[in-house]
Write a protein that binds this ligand. Structure first.
Ligand code: PMP
Ligand code: GLN
Length: 384
């Protein structure tokens, strides 16, 4: 077996969800929302199964969906993408794999930020790349140019940015993005920008795509996911957008990963992107209310809650809460003693983990959040 996989365990999201299923714990671990998503999207998917072709769609995606993605980004982010610059993938995960496999030559270095989504490092390594880490520190998790400059070498070819950032729940400021863009231009890097959380933003903040910054239009792969936009994580419909010379390479990797994505789901997402802006806006307000409810509940149970500007998540700083055990031990006690699943943030580090922060998902019904808060407040083993 490939030692890369022989050495690794099961992803923390599946591990925690499996434990929650087995024990009946309230699952605030893996990021998925309660609720059904927008009805129009579900009905479009069902209609498409019955009324449209269920044979292989075109390899780069249905033209209607590629156009809908381009239109969506023009409307929301002022981008000038055309349909031919969009490739539909089976979730953002496939887009990440295709982009990394297409762009990495063995020995290339990929500059990444820790904490990072757990799929990144195995994909980089499987492509023969070498991850180089810029470490972000809680509670601010900010990016600065000195840290970028310290991580660059003659072999650096790519920069992989997740913005908004899971699990930190931060969004890059315009100044940070300008710094990153200048850095990519100065060092001739291609940026892969995982923007799956671009619509899950709070307090009126607007997501700024890196591809829109000076010098980035032709050197950025922008990745998105309908699973996050419509809170339908099981759909696994995503995309990658890039200028033609890059997109040709990405298509070659995509064709031998999945080749294509179920056509009914593509039709449904095309319809959703064209018609469901209001649903997305309302979901944002609902999620923000869930964020505030869980933050208030955890604070009143005595935990130091870190700010959340975006994503489905907020975090608790264990050290600042007076808890002395590490995040993994805390999450074990949380599930065993309180019946609540969460995610230890150390799972988002490939080296030198931050191990005093725990992530909770708040996109749940009020009753679920309240029950979790009650259980956490009542469990007396947690605060040792
Ligand atoms: N990137 C990040 C940062 C994520 O948080 C997630 C899932 N939550 C993904 C990628 C995967 O997205 P998808 O389910 O569309 O593959
Ligand atoms: N991205 C989701 C999270 O952060 C999990 C996705 C998965 O389970 N693969 O919770």
């Amino acid at each position: 077996m490939n030692p890369l996989y022989a050495r690794m365990g099961t992803t923390i999201f599946e591990a925690m969800s499996a434990r929650a299923r087995e024990t009946g714990a309230i699952n605030l671990g893996q990021g998925f929302a309660d609720g059904r998503g927008p009805d129009a999207v579900l009905q479009a998917a069902a209609r498409a199964v019955l009324e449209k072709s269920n044979q292989y769609p075109p390899m780069p995606g249905l033209p209607e969906l590629r156009q809908a993605v381009a239109d969506h980004y023009l409307r929301h982010q002022g981008l000038d993408l055309v349909a031919e610059e969009v490739i539909v993938t089976s979730g953002a995960t496939e887009a990440l794999a295709a982009a990394l496999f297409a762009l990495i030559e063995p020995g290339d270095e990929v500059l990444c930020f820790q904490p990072l989504y757990d799929a990144y490092v195995p994909l980089i390594r499987q492509a023969g790349g070498i991850p180089r880490f810029v470490r972000l520190e809680p509670p601010g998790w900010r990016i600065d140019s000195a840290a970028l400059e310290a991580a660059i070498t003659a072999k650096t070819k790519l920069l992989l940015l997740n913005n908004p950032l899971n699990p930190a729940a931060t969004m890059c400021s315009a100044a940070e993005l300008a710094t990153i863009a200048d850095f990519c231009v100065a060092h001739d890097l291609i940026a892969i920008c995982d923007e799956v959380w671009e619509h899950v933003t709070f307090d009126g903040a607007r997501h700024l795509p890196l591809i829109g910054f000076p010098g980035m239009r032709d050197r950025t792969v922008k990745i998105g996911s309908a699973g996050k936009i419509f809170a339908l994580t099981g759909f696994k419909v995503g995309w990658m957008c890039a200028a033609p010379p890059l997109v040709r390479g990405l298509a070659k990797a995509h064709q031998f990963l999945t080749f294509t994505t179920p056509p009914n789901l593509q039709w449904a997402v095309a319809e959703g992107l064209a018609t469901q802006d209001d649903w997305v806006q309302q979901a944002r307000s609902r999620f923000q209310a869930g964020r505030d409810r869980l933050a208030a509940g955890l604070a009143s149970a005595g935990f130091a809650v870190l700010p959340s500007a975006a994503t489905y998540f907020l975090s608790v700083d264990l050290a600042a809460s007076g808890v002395t055990v590490d995040d993994t031990t805390f999450c074990d006690r949380l599930i065993d003693d309180a019946g609540v699943a969460a995610i230890p943030v150390s799972a988002f580090y490939a080296e030198e983990p931050v191990s005093h922060v725990v992530r909770f998902c708040f996109v749940k019904e009020n009753a679920t959040l309240d029950a979790a808060i009650d259980r956490i407040a009542a469990a007396n083993t947690l605060r040792r």
